[in-house]
Design a protein around this ligand. Structure first.
Ligand code: SAM
Length: 285
């Protein structure tokens, strides 16, 4: 039996059948959505319809309040001037960093996301985003120069399903950082979901309260999240359930010297099950 997000114990076949029936036709999950475990699939998942919905999902105002100045303070503490937002999405952090005065470059592998981010930059502060369409695995081919910091936020890194892809992406991040650069990368607390099941407490901290976001199916190789919007539309994202210590280990193995991990923005976060999100700060020196 597979423990589904809501703590039910539907058989995998039933979950698969429901997932197939519910899948949005534009997201190209095919006849077996639970078998889609590919690092390249993200661009199809973030299609125009879902991208338009994403800002409803992430609720800029609520997110601004719950994150506060956490990332800006971290960047300032490390003397950062130039930042590469590797997973720009619709631009929330790019705009936040431009507002705080950082020289910001906005990267994403999904063209639809970058188009929306560019629009949002104009709307929220009249910023002209410097956008670069690039996949992390080939980042150094597409971006110029080196950066003081890279941020990869919003549980984005879990779109990579293959360990080689994860190593390649981290090595590319390492390569485009200056010799004393830092990488800030976050992730959902998948350990807690894998080991203890999903509880309704674990909603995305950055979701608006109008949108429900829950894992519909989880096993060691897949966390399939379901996003339901007030107008009845339904989208999915297939992600890899990254364990916290595994990601910390990979960061060390690609060359980062030190990795500090925060739980829900706190340095002292109690036991590992408590936080919804972890933020890793990896330094080259
Ligand atoms: N950081 C934004 C936020 O927090 O709202 C967006 C998060 S969204 C969950 C993940 C983003 O990562 C998407 O915009 C997606 O296109 C991008 N992404 C996923 N895999 C990628 C890859 N291999 N290369 C570049 N971008 C990727």
């Amino acid at each position: 039996m597979q423990e589904s997000a809501a703590g039910t114990t539907d058989a995998p076949d039933e979950v698969a059948e429901k997932s197939r029936a519910d899948a949005h036709p534009d997201q190209a999950f095919g006849s077996d959505p639970l078998a889609v475990r590919e690092s390249d699939h993200y661009a199809e998942e973030y299609n125009e319809g879902f991208v338009d919905k994403w800002d409803e999902l992430i609720d800029w105002k609520g997110r601004y309040e719950s994150e506060g100045s956490f990332f800006v303070d971290l960047l300032r503490k490390h003397g950062v001037e130039s930042v590469l937002d590797a997973a720009t999405g619709t631009g929330f952090h790019s705009v936040r960093m431009l507002e705080a005065g950082f020289d910001t470059t906005s990267v994403d592998g999904a063209a639809e996301m970058l188009a929306k981010a560019f629009e949002n930059g104009k709307e929220y502060g009249d910023y002209v985003l410097k956008v670069v369409h690039s996949d992390w695995r080939w980042l150094s081919k597409d971006v110029q120069g080196k950066y003081d910091a890279i941020v990869c936020l919003g549980n984005s890194f879990t779109h990579l399903f293959d360990e080689n892809d994860r190593r390649k992406a981290l090595a590319e991040f390492y390569a485009v950082l200056k010799h004393d650069g830092i990488l800030i990368i976050d992730q959902r607390n998948y350990d807690s979901i894998l080991d203890d099941g999903f509880s309704s407490k674990h909603t995305y901290y950055y979701c608006g309260d109008q949108v429900s976001a829950e894992p519909e199916y989880v096993d060691d190789g897949l966390a399939r999240f379901r996003y339901e919007f007030p107008d009845g539309s339904l989208y999915h994202l297939n992600m890899f359930p990254l364990r916290k210590n595994y990601l910390r280990r990979l960061l060390r193995e690609v060359g980062f010297q030190k990795v500090d991990t925060y739980g829900d923005f706190q340095e002292a976060y109690g036991n590992d099950n408590a936080p919804d999100f972890f933020v890793h700060v990896a330094t080259k020196e």
